[in-house]
Design a protein around this ligand. Structure first.
Ligand code: 5GP
Ligand code: ZN
Length: 107
């Protein structure tokens, strides 16, 4: 499958990885829109939030917790941050592998 995020997860192409766990990999966005801009990417290839199924409930919860952990690790927990999921072309999604944007830091 020709998916850039799957390739990053498999380490076929490099990324600035912040943390990894059983469910997800977190790396820095290549074109940051905030001083800290991370992408939380589930290891499982799911194209969009619309494709998340009932039995992906655990994964859905884990990626949210992973976003929180990554924010803490990057030092933006206390100052605050925001999460964003773009869904579909009309929602501004460019990479069709589900991901949560984590954005924060002083601007
Ligand atoms: P989307 O618009 O799909 O929600 O966001 C995709 C994000 O992935 C964009 O913010 C873009 O900068 C980032 N991105 C695209 N290709 C790469 C890549 O090869 N490496 C990294 N680290 N980020 C990427
Ligand atoms: Zn993928």
């Amino acid at each position: 499958m020709d998916c850039i995020f799957c390739k990053i997860i498999k380490k076929e192409i490099p990324a600035d990885t912040v943390l990894e766990n059983e469910h997800a990999v977190v790396f820095k966005d290549i074109n940051p829109k905030a001083p800290v801009h991370l992408l939380v990417v589930p290891r499982k290839h799911i194209a969009t939030l619309n494709d998340v199924k009932e039995n992906d409930e655990e994964l859905a919860g884990k990626i949210l917790l992973t976003a929180k952990e990554a924010a803490k690790k990057e030092g933006i927990s206390e100052s605050g941050y925001r999460l964003q999921i773009n869904v579909g072309e009309g929602g501004g999604q460019e990479v069709f592998h589900l991901h949560i944007h984590v954005m924060g830091g002083s601007e």
